[in-house]
Design a protein around this ligand. Structure first.
Ligand code: FES
Ligand code: FES
Length: 408
Protein backbone atom coordinates (compact mmCIF):
# COMPACT_ATOMS: atom_id res chain seq x y z
CA UNK A 1 0.00 0.00 0.00
CA UNK A 2 1.11 3.56 -0.69
CA UNK A 3 0.03 6.78 0.99
CA UNK A 4 -1.43 9.10 -1.63
CA UNK A 5 -1.91 12.82 -0.99
CA UNK A 6 -3.61 14.81 -3.71
CA UNK A 7 -5.95 17.72 -4.11
CA UNK A 8 -9.30 16.78 -5.63
CA UNK A 9 -11.70 19.55 -6.64
CA UNK A 10 -10.00 21.92 -4.20
CA UNK A 11 -9.92 19.56 -1.20
CA UNK A 12 -6.90 17.77 0.24
CA UNK A 13 -7.32 14.02 0.22
CA UNK A 14 -5.06 11.31 1.55
CA UNK A 15 -5.56 7.58 1.43
CA UNK A 16 -3.73 4.27 1.62
CA UNK A 17 -3.99 2.71 -1.82
CA UNK A 18 -2.52 -0.11 -3.89
CA UNK A 19 0.18 1.19 -6.28
CA UNK A 20 -1.75 -0.33 -9.19
CA UNK A 21 -4.95 1.67 -8.48
CA UNK A 22 -5.91 3.84 -11.41
CA UNK A 23 -6.92 7.43 -10.80
CA UNK A 24 -10.44 6.81 -12.19
CA UNK A 25 -11.01 3.84 -9.85
CA UNK A 26 -9.70 5.82 -6.89
CA UNK A 27 -12.02 8.76 -7.60
CA UNK A 28 -15.08 6.64 -8.32
CA UNK A 29 -14.71 3.98 -5.64
CA UNK A 30 -13.03 5.79 -2.76
CA UNK A 31 -14.35 9.33 -3.22
CA UNK A 32 -17.66 8.46 -4.90
CA UNK A 33 -16.97 10.95 -7.71
CA UNK A 34 -18.82 8.94 -10.34
CA UNK A 35 -19.00 11.77 -12.88
CA UNK A 36 -15.76 10.38 -14.27
CA UNK A 37 -16.96 7.61 -16.59
CA UNK A 38 -15.12 4.50 -17.64
CA UNK A 39 -15.56 3.16 -21.15
CA UNK A 40 -12.70 1.30 -22.79
CA UNK A 41 -10.27 1.48 -19.82
CA UNK A 42 -7.45 1.45 -22.39
CA UNK A 43 -6.94 5.16 -23.02
CA UNK A 44 -8.87 5.09 -26.30
CA UNK A 45 -12.41 6.42 -25.82
CA UNK A 46 -11.77 9.50 -23.65
CA UNK A 47 -14.82 8.92 -21.38
CA UNK A 48 -12.57 9.12 -18.30
CA UNK A 49 -10.90 12.45 -19.24
CA UNK A 50 -10.37 14.88 -16.36
CA UNK A 51 -7.85 17.57 -15.47
CA UNK A 52 -4.58 16.85 -13.69
CA UNK A 53 -2.70 20.07 -13.00
CA UNK A 54 -5.01 21.67 -15.56
CA UNK A 55 -4.10 19.21 -18.32
CA UNK A 56 -6.74 16.88 -19.82
CA UNK A 57 -5.72 13.39 -18.74
CA UNK A 58 -6.98 9.84 -19.25
CA UNK A 59 -7.70 8.76 -15.69
CA UNK A 60 -8.16 5.09 -16.68
CA UNK A 61 -4.48 4.73 -17.59
CA UNK A 62 -3.07 7.11 -14.97
CA UNK A 63 -1.91 5.54 -11.73
CA UNK A 64 -3.26 7.50 -8.76
CA UNK A 65 0.16 7.33 -7.06
CA UNK A 66 1.67 9.09 -10.09
CA UNK A 67 -0.44 12.12 -9.17
CA UNK A 68 1.13 12.65 -5.76
CA UNK A 69 0.40 16.25 -4.67
CA UNK A 70 -1.23 17.07 -8.02
CA UNK A 71 -4.40 19.13 -8.51
CA UNK A 72 -7.12 16.88 -9.90
CA UNK A 73 -10.35 18.39 -11.24
CA UNK A 74 -13.23 16.12 -12.16
CA UNK A 75 -16.45 17.11 -13.92
CA UNK A 76 -17.99 17.66 -10.44
CA UNK A 77 -15.27 20.24 -9.72
CA UNK A 78 -16.20 22.17 -12.88
CA UNK A 79 -19.77 22.88 -11.75
CA UNK A 80 -19.11 26.57 -11.27
CA UNK A 81 -16.50 26.92 -14.03
CA UNK A 82 -17.51 29.62 -16.53
CA UNK A 83 -16.42 27.83 -19.73
CA UNK A 84 -18.01 24.58 -18.56
CA UNK A 85 -21.30 26.38 -17.84
CA UNK A 86 -21.31 27.85 -21.34
CA UNK A 87 -20.44 24.48 -22.88
CA UNK A 88 -23.22 22.74 -20.94
CA UNK A 89 -25.79 25.19 -22.28
CA UNK A 90 -24.41 24.92 -25.84
CA UNK A 91 -24.36 21.09 -25.74
CA UNK A 92 -28.03 21.19 -24.67
CA UNK A 93 -28.99 23.67 -27.38
CA UNK A 94 -27.14 21.83 -30.13
CA UNK A 95 -28.07 18.29 -29.07
CA UNK A 96 -24.43 17.53 -28.34
CA UNK A 97 -25.39 14.57 -26.17
CA UNK A 98 -27.82 11.71 -26.23
CA UNK A 99 -27.11 8.98 -23.64
CA UNK A 100 -24.56 11.28 -21.99
CA UNK A 101 -21.98 8.60 -21.27
CA UNK A 102 -19.19 10.35 -23.16
CA UNK A 103 -20.28 13.83 -22.02
CA UNK A 104 -18.11 14.40 -18.89
CA UNK A 105 -14.95 13.54 -20.85
CA UNK A 106 -16.21 15.47 -23.89
CA UNK A 107 -16.83 18.60 -21.81
CA UNK A 108 -13.36 18.44 -20.20
CA UNK A 109 -11.68 18.15 -23.63
CA UNK A 110 -13.97 20.78 -25.17
CA UNK A 111 -13.14 23.17 -22.35
CA UNK A 112 -9.48 22.75 -23.21
CA UNK A 113 -10.20 23.62 -26.86
CA UNK A 114 -12.14 26.74 -25.84
CA UNK A 115 -9.38 27.75 -23.43
CA UNK A 116 -6.41 27.27 -25.78
CA UNK A 117 -7.48 27.69 -29.41
CA UNK A 118 -8.12 31.21 -30.63
CA UNK A 119 -10.23 30.67 -33.75
CA UNK A 120 -10.42 26.95 -34.46
CA UNK A 121 -12.05 25.79 -37.68
CA UNK A 122 -14.48 22.88 -37.69
CA UNK A 123 -11.58 20.71 -38.88
CA UNK A 124 -9.34 21.94 -36.01
CA UNK A 125 -12.05 21.11 -33.48
CA UNK A 126 -12.61 17.66 -34.95
CA UNK A 127 -8.86 16.94 -34.77
CA UNK A 128 -8.58 18.34 -31.21
CA UNK A 129 -11.58 16.29 -30.07
CA UNK A 130 -10.61 13.09 -31.89
CA UNK A 131 -9.53 11.44 -28.64
CA UNK A 132 -13.12 11.50 -27.34
CA UNK A 133 -15.49 8.97 -28.89
CA UNK A 134 -19.27 9.28 -28.91
CA UNK A 135 -21.40 6.40 -30.09
CA UNK A 136 -24.67 8.36 -30.17
CA UNK A 137 -24.51 11.83 -31.62
CA UNK A 138 -22.48 11.71 -34.84
CA UNK A 139 -20.40 14.64 -33.45
CA UNK A 140 -22.14 17.40 -35.46
CA UNK A 141 -23.88 18.89 -32.41
CA UNK A 142 -20.73 18.60 -30.29
CA UNK A 143 -18.60 20.45 -32.84
CA UNK A 144 -21.27 23.14 -33.30
CA UNK A 145 -21.57 23.63 -29.54
CA UNK A 146 -17.81 24.13 -29.17
CA UNK A 147 -17.70 26.52 -32.17
CA UNK A 148 -20.51 28.60 -30.64
CA UNK A 149 -18.81 28.92 -27.26
CA UNK A 150 -15.48 29.89 -28.86
CA UNK A 151 -17.20 32.43 -31.11
CA UNK A 152 -19.23 34.01 -28.31
CA UNK A 153 -16.25 34.28 -25.96
CA UNK A 154 -14.00 35.83 -28.57
CA UNK A 155 -16.84 38.26 -29.45
CA UNK A 156 -16.92 39.25 -25.77
CA UNK A 157 -13.20 40.01 -25.95
CA UNK A 158 -12.06 36.89 -24.05
CA UNK A 159 -8.87 35.73 -25.79
CA UNK A 160 -7.50 32.20 -25.87
CA UNK A 161 -4.70 31.38 -23.47
CA UNK A 162 -1.82 29.88 -25.44
CA UNK A 163 -0.99 26.48 -23.98
CA UNK A 164 -3.80 26.91 -21.46
CA UNK A 165 -1.27 28.35 -18.95
CA UNK A 166 0.77 25.15 -18.95
CA UNK A 167 4.27 25.80 -17.78
CA UNK A 168 5.46 22.33 -16.86
CA UNK A 169 6.97 19.75 -19.09
CA UNK A 170 6.47 16.04 -18.53
CA UNK A 171 3.41 13.88 -18.06
CA UNK A 172 0.41 15.43 -16.34
CA UNK A 173 0.49 14.84 -12.61
CA UNK A 174 4.26 14.90 -12.45
CA UNK A 175 4.50 18.62 -11.73
CA UNK A 176 4.47 18.44 -7.94
CA UNK A 177 6.18 15.13 -7.45
CA UNK A 178 9.63 16.58 -6.72
CA UNK A 179 8.19 18.92 -4.10
CA UNK A 180 6.37 16.25 -2.10
CA UNK A 181 8.92 15.96 0.68
CA UNK A 182 9.17 19.71 1.15
CA UNK A 183 5.47 20.55 0.94
CA UNK A 184 3.75 17.47 2.31
CA UNK A 185 1.22 18.34 4.97
CA UNK A 186 -1.04 15.97 6.85
CA UNK A 187 -4.46 16.44 5.28
CA UNK A 188 -7.56 14.88 6.77
CA UNK A 189 -7.77 11.16 6.06
CA UNK A 190 -10.90 10.56 4.01
CA UNK A 191 -10.66 6.84 3.49
CA UNK A 192 -10.50 4.77 6.65
CA UNK A 193 -8.89 1.38 6.62
CA UNK A 194 -11.73 -1.13 6.32
CA UNK A 195 -12.54 -3.09 9.46
CA UNK A 196 -13.69 -6.58 8.64
CA UNK A 197 -15.22 -9.17 10.85
CA UNK A 198 -15.12 -9.81 14.56
CA UNK A 199 -12.79 -7.18 15.97
CA UNK A 200 -11.14 -9.61 18.42
CA UNK A 201 -10.97 -12.69 16.26
CA UNK A 202 -9.82 -11.17 12.96
CA UNK A 203 -6.32 -10.07 14.00
CA UNK A 204 -5.70 -13.44 15.66
CA UNK A 205 -6.59 -15.31 12.49
CA UNK A 206 -4.73 -12.88 10.25
CA UNK A 207 -1.58 -13.26 12.35
CA UNK A 208 -1.45 -16.96 11.62
CA UNK A 209 -1.32 -16.15 7.92
CA UNK A 210 1.84 -14.20 8.68
CA UNK A 211 1.24 -10.72 7.29
CA UNK A 212 -0.44 -8.85 10.13
CA UNK A 213 -0.40 -5.57 8.20
CA UNK A 214 -2.63 -6.89 5.45
CA UNK A 215 -5.82 -4.94 4.85
CA UNK A 216 -8.39 -6.00 2.26
CA UNK A 217 -8.56 -3.83 -0.82
CA UNK A 218 -12.31 -4.33 -1.25
CA UNK A 219 -14.76 -4.93 1.59
CA UNK A 220 -18.50 -5.11 1.94
CA UNK A 221 -21.22 -6.60 4.10
CA UNK A 222 -24.03 -9.03 3.31
CA UNK A 223 -26.77 -10.66 5.42
CA UNK A 224 -29.09 -13.56 4.91
CA UNK A 225 -31.80 -15.34 6.87
CA UNK A 226 -32.48 -19.07 7.01
CA UNK A 227 -35.66 -20.72 8.30
CA UNK A 228 -33.95 -22.77 11.03
CA UNK A 229 -33.28 -22.18 14.75
CA UNK A 230 -30.12 -20.33 15.69
CA UNK A 231 -28.68 -23.29 17.66
CA UNK A 232 -28.90 -25.62 14.66
CA UNK A 233 -27.24 -23.07 12.37
CA UNK A 234 -24.45 -22.33 14.84
CA UNK A 235 -23.73 -26.05 15.27
CA UNK A 236 -23.66 -26.53 11.50
CA UNK A 237 -21.11 -23.70 11.18
CA UNK A 238 -18.77 -25.68 13.48
CA UNK A 239 -18.28 -28.14 10.62
CA UNK A 240 -16.11 -26.16 8.22
CA UNK A 241 -16.19 -28.98 5.66
CA UNK A 242 -20.01 -28.84 5.65
CA UNK A 243 -19.97 -25.06 5.27
CA UNK A 244 -17.42 -25.29 2.41
CA UNK A 245 -19.60 -27.84 0.62
CA UNK A 246 -22.43 -25.25 0.50
CA UNK A 247 -20.16 -22.80 -1.32
CA UNK A 248 -20.32 -23.63 -5.04
CA UNK A 249 -16.90 -24.61 -6.39
CA UNK A 250 -15.23 -24.90 -2.95
CA UNK A 251 -13.76 -28.05 -1.42
CA UNK A 252 -11.35 -28.88 1.40
CA UNK A 253 -8.36 -31.20 1.31
CA UNK A 254 -9.24 -32.52 4.78
CA UNK A 255 -10.58 -31.54 8.18
CA UNK A 256 -9.00 -28.49 9.90
CA UNK A 257 -6.06 -29.18 12.22
CA UNK A 258 -5.67 -26.55 14.94
CA UNK A 259 -7.97 -24.24 12.98
CA UNK A 260 -5.83 -24.56 9.84
CA UNK A 261 -7.13 -26.10 6.63
CA UNK A 262 -6.09 -26.56 2.98
CA UNK A 263 -8.60 -26.24 0.18
CA UNK A 264 -9.50 -24.91 -3.21
CA UNK A 265 -12.18 -22.93 -4.97
CA UNK A 266 -13.01 -23.06 -8.67
CA UNK A 267 -14.55 -20.05 -10.38
CA UNK A 268 -15.67 -19.75 -13.99
CA UNK A 269 -16.29 -16.39 -15.65
CA UNK A 270 -17.32 -17.07 -19.25
CA UNK A 271 -14.27 -18.55 -21.00
CA UNK A 272 -11.98 -17.88 -18.01
CA UNK A 273 -11.77 -20.45 -15.29
CA UNK A 274 -9.58 -20.19 -12.24
CA UNK A 275 -8.76 -22.67 -9.53
CA UNK A 276 -7.38 -21.08 -6.39
CA UNK A 277 -5.45 -23.50 -4.17
CA UNK A 278 -4.72 -22.22 -0.72
CA UNK A 279 -4.86 -22.27 3.03
CA UNK A 280 -7.30 -20.85 5.53
CA UNK A 281 -7.33 -20.22 9.24
CA UNK A 282 -10.63 -20.59 11.03
CA UNK A 283 -11.62 -19.07 14.36
CA UNK A 284 -14.92 -19.38 16.21
CA UNK A 285 -16.24 -17.84 19.39
CA UNK A 286 -19.17 -19.64 21.06
CA UNK A 287 -19.83 -16.75 23.47
CA UNK A 288 -20.59 -14.24 20.68
CA UNK A 289 -21.62 -16.82 18.05
CA UNK A 290 -19.19 -15.26 15.61
CA UNK A 291 -16.13 -16.39 13.74
CA UNK A 292 -13.70 -15.67 10.94
CA UNK A 293 -12.20 -17.49 7.99
CA UNK A 294 -8.97 -15.93 6.72
CA UNK A 295 -7.53 -17.44 3.58
CA UNK A 296 -4.97 -16.98 0.86
CA UNK A 297 -4.73 -18.77 -2.48
CA UNK A 298 -3.10 -18.78 -5.88
CA UNK A 299 -4.32 -19.69 -9.35
CA UNK A 300 -1.23 -20.94 -11.17
CA UNK A 301 -2.65 -20.69 -14.69
CA UNK A 302 -3.48 -16.97 -14.54
CA UNK A 303 -0.75 -16.24 -11.97
CA UNK A 304 -3.38 -14.48 -9.85
CA UNK A 305 -3.41 -14.45 -6.08
CA UNK A 306 -6.14 -13.70 -3.64
CA UNK A 307 -6.28 -13.02 0.03
CA UNK A 308 -9.60 -12.81 1.81
CA UNK A 309 -11.37 -12.64 5.11
CA UNK A 310 -14.93 -13.58 5.95
CA UNK A 311 -16.29 -12.55 9.33
CA UNK A 312 -19.66 -13.99 10.30
CA UNK A 313 -22.04 -13.55 13.15
CA UNK A 314 -25.06 -15.80 13.77
CA UNK A 315 -28.09 -14.19 15.45
CA UNK A 316 -31.71 -14.86 16.30
CA UNK A 317 -33.91 -13.87 13.33
CA UNK A 318 -37.19 -11.96 13.53
CA UNK A 319 -39.31 -15.12 13.79
CA UNK A 320 -38.59 -17.70 16.55
CA UNK A 321 -37.31 -20.35 14.11
CA UNK A 322 -35.30 -17.99 11.99
CA UNK A 323 -31.60 -17.22 12.03
CA UNK A 324 -29.94 -14.13 10.63
CA UNK A 325 -26.32 -14.39 9.51
CA UNK A 326 -24.32 -11.18 9.04
CA UNK A 327 -21.23 -11.44 6.86
CA UNK A 328 -18.36 -9.02 6.44
CA UNK A 329 -16.24 -9.86 3.43
CA UNK A 330 -12.89 -8.37 2.50
CA UNK A 331 -10.41 -9.44 -0.15
CA UNK A 332 -7.54 -8.44 -2.35
CA UNK A 333 -7.06 -9.90 -5.82
CA UNK A 334 -3.79 -9.44 -7.69
CA UNK A 335 -2.55 -10.64 -11.06
CA UNK A 336 -4.43 -11.16 -14.32
CA UNK A 337 -7.79 -11.66 -12.60
CA UNK A 338 -7.54 -8.41 -10.60
CA UNK A 339 -9.80 -6.74 -13.18
CA UNK A 340 -12.71 -8.58 -11.57
CA UNK A 341 -12.14 -6.95 -8.18
CA UNK A 342 -14.04 -3.73 -8.95
CA UNK A 343 -16.26 -3.49 -5.91
CA UNK A 344 -19.66 -2.88 -7.59
CA UNK A 345 -19.22 -5.88 -9.90
CA UNK A 346 -17.80 -8.21 -7.28
CA UNK A 347 -20.48 -7.27 -4.75
CA UNK A 348 -23.20 -8.15 -7.23
CA UNK A 349 -21.52 -11.46 -8.07
CA UNK A 350 -20.88 -12.17 -4.37
CA UNK A 351 -24.57 -11.51 -3.62
CA UNK A 352 -25.50 -14.19 -6.14
CA UNK A 353 -22.92 -16.69 -4.87
CA UNK A 354 -24.31 -16.13 -1.38
CA UNK A 355 -27.84 -16.77 -2.70
CA UNK A 356 -26.65 -20.17 -3.99
CA UNK A 357 -24.81 -20.77 -0.70
CA UNK A 358 -28.02 -20.04 1.27
CA UNK A 359 -30.04 -22.38 -0.97
CA UNK A 360 -27.49 -25.16 -0.34
CA UNK A 361 -27.35 -24.35 3.37
CA UNK A 362 -31.16 -24.52 3.68
CA UNK A 363 -31.14 -27.95 1.99
CA UNK A 364 -28.43 -29.26 4.33
CA UNK A 365 -30.05 -27.80 7.46
CA UNK A 366 -33.43 -29.31 6.54
CA UNK A 367 -31.73 -32.68 6.03
CA UNK A 368 -30.04 -32.37 9.42
CA UNK A 369 -33.29 -31.22 11.13
CA UNK A 370 -34.98 -34.36 9.79
CA UNK A 371 -32.36 -36.52 11.49
CA UNK A 372 -29.74 -36.61 8.70
CA UNK A 373 -30.96 -39.99 7.44
CA UNK A 374 -31.45 -40.97 3.81
CA UNK A 375 -29.70 -39.55 0.76
CA UNK A 376 -27.70 -36.33 1.00
CA UNK A 377 -29.79 -33.43 -0.38
CA UNK A 378 -29.11 -32.24 -3.94
CA UNK A 379 -27.13 -29.00 -3.94
CA UNK A 380 -25.61 -26.64 -6.52
CA UNK A 381 -21.92 -27.53 -6.77
CA UNK A 382 -20.56 -25.38 -9.59
CA UNK A 383 -20.29 -21.63 -9.84
CA UNK A 384 -20.32 -20.07 -13.33
CA UNK A 385 -20.07 -16.28 -13.05
CA UNK A 386 -20.69 -16.11 -16.81
CA UNK A 387 -24.20 -17.49 -16.27
CA UNK A 388 -24.63 -15.08 -13.37
CA UNK A 389 -23.50 -12.17 -15.55
CA UNK A 390 -26.15 -13.10 -18.09
CA UNK A 391 -28.78 -13.17 -15.34
CA UNK A 392 -27.50 -9.83 -14.07
CA UNK A 393 -27.80 -8.35 -17.57
CA UNK A 394 -31.35 -9.68 -17.80
CA UNK A 395 -32.17 -8.23 -14.37
CA UNK A 396 -30.76 -4.91 -15.50
CA UNK A 397 -32.94 -4.87 -18.63
CA UNK A 398 -35.99 -5.81 -16.54
CA UNK A 399 -35.23 -3.01 -14.06
CA UNK A 400 -34.74 -0.51 -16.90
CA UNK A 401 -38.07 -1.49 -18.49
CA UNK A 402 -39.81 -1.37 -15.11
CA UNK A 403 -38.47 2.12 -14.58
CA UNK A 404 -39.53 3.20 -18.07
CA UNK A 405 -43.08 1.97 -17.68
CA UNK A 406 -43.47 3.32 -14.16
CA UNK A 407 -42.73 6.78 -15.54
CA UNK A 408 -45.72 6.72 -17.89
S1 FES B 1 -12.08 4.84 -20.24
FE1 FES B 1 -10.27 5.96 -20.31
S2 FES B 1 -9.95 6.34 -22.37
FE2 FES B 1 -11.65 5.02 -22.37
S1 FES C 1 -23.92 10.83 -25.98
FE1 FES C 1 -23.93 8.67 -25.87
S2 FES C 1 -21.85 8.17 -26.11
FE2 FES C 1 -21.91 10.27 -26.49
Amino acid sequence: MNMLSINVNGKSVSADIQPRTHLADFLREKLNLTGTHLGCEHGVCGACTLLVDGVPTRSCITFAVACQQAEVTTIEGLDEDEITRELRAAFTREHGLQCGYCTPGMIVSARDVVLRMDAPTEHDIRIAMSGNLCRCTGYVGIVRAIQQVVRERRARGIAAIPNGNRTRLGPSGSGHAAAVAATAVAPAKLVDAPQVGNAQAAPVAAASLKDTNWKPQTSFTESFTVAHPVGLVWDFFANIGGVASCLPGASLAGEPVDGHVNGQIKIKVGPISAEFQGVADVTRDDATRSGTIVGAGKDKRSNSSTRGLIGYSVKQGEAPDQTKVDLTIGFTLTGALAQFSRSGLIQDVAGRIIAVFVQNLEAKLSHRAEGGTGDEPAIVKEFDAGALMRTMALDYVKRAFGWLFRRK
